[in-house]
Design a protein around this ligand. Structure first.
Ligand SMILES: [Zn+2]
Length: 221
């Protein structure tokens, strides 16, 4: 009742098409959600750059579609937490459909730096991970992996320099058991540098099994 009253005063809008949402909808309207499901993608190859991964799973194969770009923008720059969570649920359903679903122990979101988290107020990868967790019923743990803060030169540097910068940006601060199977969750994968660096940290002392999941990736375009 209170929620409905609040929504009358501050109606929520779909992060895809800007239409007003129904009371039962969160973040994305049902017709945009139908559209979203046309793009899902499970990649069967098992390398990520030079790293070994179990598999890769994406809600969107290609994020150049305007609807997808809009949703991602809303998540990253417009504080749209519901959309991150709802797309996380979509990702969770895809993972559940894939045959390796029972093969994880833990969900680890790609961390953002403390500075960025303070600025944005949340880590979107954590919200996506929580959406996944709701479907596959595994715990999300953000206490293993951290991101350092020294990213100040990112904007001005070239694509290659950014890749080098990010190489050692992530650190494992709590040991993972030798046979832990990990689901690593990112928002969007562009150059792959972030995931590569996370894999460096996670697999440094131990070739742990990792599945990579993200809302979108442009590796397939
Ligand atoms: Zn919509």
């Amino acid at each position: 009742m209170i929620k409905e009253f609040i929504q009358l005063i501050y109606p929520d809008y779909c992060s895809g098409c800007n239409e007003q949402l129904q009371f039962s909808e969160k973040g994305i309207c049902s017709s945009c959600l139908v559209e979203v499901r046309n793009y899902s993608h499970i990649a069967s190859h098992n390398t990520f750059g030079r790293k070994m991964v179990d598999q890769e799973i994406y809600v969107f194969k290609n994020f150049k579609n305007p609807l997808i770009q809009k949703m991602i923008y809303e998540i990253k720059y417009n504080g749209n937490k519901s959309t991150a969570y709802v797309l996380g649920v979509e990702l969770g359903s895809l993972i559940k459909k894939s045959k390796n679903v029972v093969d994880f122990d833990i969900i680890i979101p790609v961390p953002v730096s403390k500075l960025k988290k303070e600025h944005r107020g949340y880590n979107q990868c954590q919200l996506i991970a929580e959406g996944i967790s709701n479907i596959i019923k595994l715990p999300v743990d953000s206490n293993y992996l951290i991101r350092n803060n020294n990213m100040n030169s990112q904007i001005k540097s070239s694509r290659y320099e950014r890749w080098l910068n990010v190489e050692n940006e992530y650190q494992l601060i709590k040991e993972l058991k030798y046979d832990t199977k990990i689901l690593l969750v990112d928002d969007v994968i562009t150059t792959g540098a972030t995931i590569n660096s996370c894999l460096n940290a996670i697999q440094k002392n131990n070739k742990l099994k990792v599945t990579v999941a993200a809302l979108a990736g442009n590796k397939f375009t």
